[in-house]
Design a protein around this ligand. Structure first.
Ligand code: NDP
Length: 492
């Protein structure tokens, strides 16, 4: 039901939707969750338990057992046993059946998972329901298909798994990142010890339950909740053969230092500061939608977010005018409401970081505009914000803000656009908006980014490799390329 009335604090007329909240009960949250080791859930040990909080309300959702050194040892030992005795020797066609089973159960429990993800992370249910959960299931389906075809993946006639994979993931796409890590590793015949982010452990633990439901042999997947020290213990454990990490460049550096000098293989998927380049011939309304999707999807908590908008000078004023009008229509609020576009910031610490960098942006002389909307009293919130008059030297043009904040720069010529787009220590993604196919290809050849989107942004597909250059890390996830980090090189 819709009614026409004045906008949410924004003035002018806009549409107000009746609330359409998804039921919290669908999430079937439990009061407490154990860690998942050797096919079983274990209650808190010496390291105790932590609380997982709903960032939209600051209410405690559940208590979660935290792994200590003893549990890290137990999980790695279980993974080793499962690798040697069951999963490693198992024919690929048999492994595939388990992966397909997990994929199907993910689909069957998709509504529950979407609600849990939204409660734990703060992202709108529209996104967890339509993006996170279906894409996670799609990754499991996709890599299930590879498990019996590894000999045809282009990595030798008889590629072998590496052994035990230690995997550390962030809080921005908890279930999806677990799929990106687990599915290719398992398809290739490795076993896994996964450390979810401290603020978002719940969907990884529901996934562990799904592994039980799929009768995955004990020890093949282990999930160890906890803070950074648990991640560090997994990475440093001598029983781990392969380390895969997604998160900040700073922690990525620490992990690279820890792994250096060992025989462990490493892939790092780190930060980004992507340029979204709009030429004067671009279809402007489509470009506006792409800019919104590029930086305000998932509150901007996206490593490949289009956080630097490069606009050709001649269309700057018109584009910014339309963008502001479009942003004023976004709905910020209850993430469980199906009409919500912008949810909560994942944690108080992340909110502080966004606030600090936006203060710096103002102090350095850029012009700030935030959507005039009311923020809820409780929880962690930040309004969609656009900085104009940004120069390349500004910190908001260089550092990953990881929030709903867009920095706008201008250019005059394609050469200048390339120079500015590449003027970053990162190299994860970029976007180009133009009607001209030749210009698109010319740009794509020159942009130093792992992914270049043309007239779209933030599109993901399990068949397509994803990963960065330079300070955005190395290694590819997704597609046939995503198998390579989990297969033994010497067999090629
Ligand atoms: P981190 O890089 O700290 O977290 C990623 C994961 O690594 C989490 O599971 C974290 O645990 C774990 N971790 C932390 N320290 C270590 C360590 N020394 N060894 C092994 N694992 C570790 O990101 P934050 O959550 O702290 O976010 C900080 C900033 O990083 C954000 O503001 C954002 O700019 C950027 N970021 C970028 C991401 C990306 O995909 N590019 C993803 C997440 C953050 P725990 O959760 O307990 O800290």
């Amino acid at each position: 039901m819709m009614a026409s009335t004045s906008g949410p604090g924004g003035g002018g007329s806009s549409w107000v939707y009746a609330p359409a909240p998804e039921s919290r009960q669908t999430g079937r949250l439990r009061e407490s969750y154990g860690m998942f080791i050797d096919g079983e859930f274990r209650g808190p040990g010496a390291a105790g338990a932590m609380k997982s909080v709903n960032p939209a309300t600051e209410e405690v959702l559940a208590e979660v057992a935290v792994a200590g050194p003893a549990e890290v040892d137990a999980a790695v030992a279980a993974a080793r046993r499962a690798y040697q005795e069951v999963w490693g020797p198992m024919p690929g066609r048999e492994r595939a059946k388990y992966l397909y089973r997990v994929a199907r159960i993910l689909q069957e429990r998709s509504r529950e998972l979407a609600v849990v993800e939204t409660l734990d992370n703060g992202k709108p249910i529209r996104e967890s329901r339509d993006v996170d959960v279906p894409l996670a299931a799609a990754h499991w389906f996709y890599y299930a298909g590879w498990a019996d075809k590894l000999a045809y993946a282009g990595y030798g006639r008889d590629p072998r798994p590496l052994g035990v994979a230690g995997q550390v993931i962030p809080w921005n796409f908890p279930l999806l990142m677990a799929a990106w890590k687990l599915a290719p590793a398992l398809a290739a015949g490795n076993t896994c010890v996964l450390k979810p982010a401290e603020t978002t452990p719940l969907t990884a633990l529901v996934l562990a339950e799904i592994c039980q439901q799929a009768e995955l042999p004990p020890g093949v997947v282990n999930v160890l909740p906890g803070a950074g020290d648990v991640g560090a213990a997994v990475v440093a454990h001598p029983g781990v053969d392969k380390v895969a990490f997604t998160g900040s460049t700073e922690v990525g550096r620490q992990i690279a230092a820890m792994v250096a000098g060992t025989r462990k293989r490493l892939t790092l998927e780190l930060g980004g500061k992507a340029a979204n380049v709009v030429f004067d011939d671009a279809p402007i309304d489509q470009a506006v939608e792409g800019i919104v999707n590029g930086i305000f999807f998932n509150q901007g908590h996206v490593c490949c977010a289009g956080s630097r908008l490069l606009v050709q000078e001649s269309v700057h004023d018109e584009l910014l005018d339309r963008l502001r009008r479009r942003l004023a229509t976004l709905r910020l609020g209850d993430p469980l409401d199906k009409n919500t576009d912008i949810g909560a910031i994942n944690s108080a610490a992340q909110l502080d970081r966004i606030r600090e960098l936006t203060r710096v942006g103002e102090a350095e002389g850029a012009t700030r505009w935030s959507v005039p909307c009311e923020l809820p009293d409780r929880g962690f919130w930040f309004p969609p914000t656009v900085f104009t008059g940004v120069s390349q030297a500004h910190r908001i043009a260089r550092e990953e803000i990881f929030g709903p904040v867009l920095s706008v720069l201008t250019f005059r010529t394609p050469v200048e656009a390339v120079e500015k787009a590449n003027n970053t220590p990162y190299g994860l993604s970029a976007g180009v908006w133009t009607e001209k196919g030749s210009r698109m290809l010319w740009m794509a050849q020159r942009l130093r980014a792992g992914v270049v989107w043309a007239n779209t942004f933030n599109r993901f597909d399990p068949t397509s490799p994803f990963g960065g250059y330079r300070e955005s890390g190395f290694g590819r996830e997704g597609g046939r390329h995503g198998l390579e980090p989990y297969l033994a090189a010497e067999q090629r």
